[in-house]
Design a protein around this ligand. Structure first.
Ligand SMILES: NC(=O)C1=CN([C@@H]2O[C@H](COP(=O)(O)OP(=O)(O)OC[C@H]3O[C@@H](n4cnc5c(N)ncnc54)[C@H](O)[C@@H]3O)[C@@H](O)[C@H]2O)C=CC1
Ligand SMILES: CC(=O)C(C)=O
Length: 252
């Protein structure tokens, strides 16, 4: 990974930061993209590495996406790896109670953001004639879940976009895969627990763990290692795949 240029969206969050660390530890230069400027600065100080560059951007805004691609290429000359990872849960409401605005917000970050990122990064990777992309899907890309309609729909769409992009980009020497994590110990999971059992997050936490064959939450570092593998040359014949990082949930 020495001198490889890695662009990570949602880079200030739990999985984003852990992945940044994994790439930095292997000698890469990392560009963290996130909407939350404060969290970006904290991420840089947590990671404490000079090889980090920060870009504030909203993944739903096409101008912001064009800017983060342009700024990276102007500064570093290329994008070797794109970890397309930003996402939100959205409100916990059933379809009959969810407003169009609430539905659209989740779809715009989790799906349109992933589409726009791939669109502009693939244009750049085609010029370079190489690159690898890892999208963040979820266990939610395979199942339904009462009370999370927009999140579920948005992650099913990420699976479809990943497979389609893999086919479209294969003859340009670009690989496209996705990780499908479940129950990873980050702010997003805390938010889910607080919504399921307000004021008693441990209660829903135990219920979630009971549905995981390993009986525990995953760590962001465990996702980061799979992202690293998919992005590396060790996965040179892997494209269009979904890699579960879920303690066995999909096997059940
Ligand atoms: N934590 C979990 O259990 C699982 C998480 N995931 C997915 O992993 C990805 C990362 O999530 P976590 O690290 O767990 O959560 P997180 O909440 O720690 O990180 C998400 C990051 O995305 C950023 N973000 C949100 N909206 C944005 C926008 N419009 N533009 C740019 N950045 C934006 C947030 O500021 C935050 O830093 C998400 O796509 C999530 O859906 C998938 C399966 C399980
Ligand atoms: C947020 C998510 O995708 C989970 C808990 O699997």
């Amino acid at each position: 990974m020495k001198d490889k240029i890695i662009l990570i969206t949602g880079g200030a969050g739990g999985i984003g930061q852990a992945s940044a660390k994994e790439f930095l530890d292997h000698g890469a230069k990392v560009i963290l993209v996130d909407l939350n400027e404060e969290a970006l600065k904290n991420a840089k100080s947590n990671l404490g590495d000079e090889n980090i560059h920060l870009i504030k951007a909203d993944v739903t805004n096409e101008e912001d996406v064009e800017n983060y691609v342009r700024e990276t290429v102007d500064r570093f000359g290329k994008i070797d790896i794109f970890f397309n990872n930003a996402g939100i849960n959205g409100p916990f409401k059933e379809i009959k109670d969810l407003s169009k605005k609430e539905f659209d917000l989740v779809m715009s970050i989790n799906t349109t953001g992933v589409f726009l990122g791939m669109k502009h990064v693939i244009q750049q990777m085609e010029k370079q004639e190489h690159g690898t992309i890892v999208n963040t899907a979820s266990n939610a890309a395979y199942i339904g879940s009462a009370g999370m309609p927009a999140y579920i729909a948005s992650k099913h769409a990420v699976a479809g976009l990943t497979k389609t992009a893999a086919l479209e980009a294969a003859d340009s020497n670009i690989r496209v895969n996705a990780v499908a994590p479940a129950a990873i110990d980050t702010d997003m999971l805390s938010d889910i627990q607080n919504n399921l059992t307000p004021g008693e997050p441990e209660k829903s936490g135990e219920a979630i763990k009971a549905g995981i064959p390993f009986g525990r939450f995953g760590t962001p570092e465990e996702v980061a290692k799979v992202v690293y593998f998919l992005a590396s040359d060790n996965a040179s014949f892997v494209t269009g795949s979904m890699y579960n990082v879920d303690g066995g949930m999909q096997a059940d």
